[in-house]
Design a binder for this molecule. Sequence first.
Ligand SMILES: C[S@@+](CC[C@H](N)C(=O)[O-])C[C@H]1O[C@@H](n2cnc3c(N)ncnc32)[C@H](O)[C@@H]1O
Length: 269
Amino acid sequence: MQMKCWYPAECEQQFQRLQTRLAELNVQLTGQLVEKINARFLRLNPEMALVLDEDGLSLSANGMKMQPDWRAEIPRLKRASLKSEMLARACQLGEKPSLIDATAGLGHDSLLMAYLGANVRLIERHPILFVLLEYTKAQAEQDAFLQAHMSRIQLIHADSNSYLNELAQQSEYVDVVYLDPMFPQRDQNHQAQKKQAQVKKQMQLLHMLLPEDGEMDLGDQLLHLAQKIAKRVIVKRPRHAVYLAEQTPDHQWLGDACRFDAYFPKGQI
Ligand SMILES: C[S@@+](CC[C@H](N)C(=O)[O-])C[C@H]1O[C@@H](n2cnc3c(N)ncnc32)[C@H](O)[C@@H]1O
């Protein structure tokens, strides 16, 4: 895979480190020094690229820029509680579970789950999203509010199909596997309209990075694998979406825009 990165001269060292890290993940990163990376520059350069600037590391395309911005989540975390968060009830976060988020993405759900007490392994297979996560976690480790929770977050670059399969082979069990696979954009437009602008932008860029005819894993197989190793599997879906793997859940929590479907093991775990 190849990717371009725009950066100003003062980010040269960060660029070198990023290039080395991405080479380890089989991504060839070419850099381009840019005097000023502003909204106009991004509009005039609509192709997909990484951006290193005073905001840190971001992904940009079509004039938009996005990053897994965990610091922007702090107000939400401060409001969150085990009772108020549907995600917390679905994953029983009060029991401080061992949890695998097999579709990490921007890590926002995992951040909330770790903040509320879970020990979370985030699995992300896309190398660009993975370095964005690594960068964000490193920043969060320097943040006075977030740093206390970072020891409960572990990032793993892997395909969850292989990762969960290996755990199953080794009879290694966890309390919860959480799945939030991509969902075809055409089927969720009416959901997206309700979302705030920043979330829409993040979704659009994710869909550009993971095209439906190429990199997108709709996650049906992940449900079967997760059920082999977890005491509960929680699947996040747009509220009106079809069931994952066409499997009727054992329980549901319904929100305005999304829902959580729960699957409990049928046999011994
Ligand atoms: C909708 S996003 C998840 C968003 C996430 N819940 C959040 O809060 O930011 C789905 C992510 O799962 C990743 N993914 C899909 N299938 C995967 C697999 N088999 N292994 C690892 N990651 C996968 C995609 O690359 C994408 O980043």
